[in-house]
Design a protein around this ligand. Sequence first.
Ligand code: NAD
Length: 429
Amino acid sequence: MKLSIIGTGYVGLVTGTCFAEVGHQVICVDNDAAKVKTLLAGGIPIYEPGLEELVKKNVAAGRLHFTTSTAEGVQKSDVIFIAVPTPPQPDGSVDLSYIERVARDIAAAITSYKIVVDKSTVPVKTGEKVAETIKRYCQAQVECDVVSNPEFLREGFAVDDLMHPDRVVVGVRSQRPVAAMKEIYTPFKAPIIVTDINSAELIKHAANSFLALKISYINAIANVCEAAGANVQEVAQGIGLDDRIGKRFLNAGIGFGGSCFPKDLSAFIKIAEQIGYDFKLLKEVQRINADQMERFVKKITETLWVLKDKKIGVLGLAFKQNTDDVRSSPAIDLCQRLLKDGAALRVHDPKAMEKTKALLPNVTYVDDMDAVAEGCDALVVATEWDEFKKVDLARAKKGMTAPIMFDGRNLFDPAEMEKLGWIYKSIGR
Ligand code: NAD
């Protein structure tokens, strides 16, 4: 099918590329001219495992194109996906100005029947507004169906998630666009759930809020474990093997971050408030998450006493492993707190150092993870990159003023670390 994706970011670029991979003709549109220039020159503006090869392959096959022109994307496609940002406003509600802008741009460009699919994460009832906006501003007075098709990919695993989704949610107002949506998604061999638009929009916020809740739950259990002298990893294994609970999202740590969970959670709380429901459960999820960082910082200050002029090595900047995304990253938040208290930081991340430089201009960036601890008073693990498990602990210990590690992601074994002579503090163990 002929598809266009408006917004070529983490979601738009990966979605467009995977659609091309299964044989569709795809135009990825972005109003960031520099981004489009990079893509046209064969560069990839984000890091996502497996993406670069797939983009190159599909560009070479003539199925994947890039442009800054929404009008071109709209006119050359049957189905137009919206994948622009929906950032939070200061009160937690969603800034829908990007969605409105695109709806108006689409309205100005359509001259024949189109299906407009919202892939961005939006509050319930946004589909109705998008349909209304397109109708209002469309001079050509042509018909158009608006569909809600929320995206569930995880950064760091986005290509795999897109190629093998657990399910595809398609929210519609009439049956007319259903066949086309099924044709687009049939190659992905996943269950396709057809709902009304409001339910589809709610599914996304309900899913992300539940995952955030699961993380806060295990973090709360970690705090109980610390007080009781138990081990949260053993408890997580014990409950996670129960099929009704499941093993995933039961890793205790310094809390969730990223561009989705915190914003989707506050959006959902706000949406519920606006329609008359006080979602106290989710407010507690937020509180536990914020508290988790406080507790970790307290652990560091209680051990190191005075932070001023202490040198601290930090492993991890991205909000989670396998990505270069540092938006709302707990690791960055942690660094900013340590800097505020006067510590000097030596930091390393396998992929996110470039994107961190604007956020943390006054730290030392270290290319070699084994050299991060050099001259430091403590080493902190802030992101769960698998490769950090292989950091040269003997070299780190030798180069430090004292072998102290604060492991915010439970990557190491406490008994083993103690045997190696470390003062080792982790989460819930
Ligand atoms: P992003 O910031 O990486 O990408 C958005 C892109 O849209 C940017 O490249 C921006 O330049 C472009 N853009 C903005 N306005 C535009 C316009 N008027 N015309 C053309 N392009 C425009 O954002 P993202 O992470 O891809 O998220 C997009 C949406 O998908 C959000 O609603 C987000 O909540 C949702 N989502 C994100 C993820 C994720 O893991 N990142 C997962 C699922 C859903």
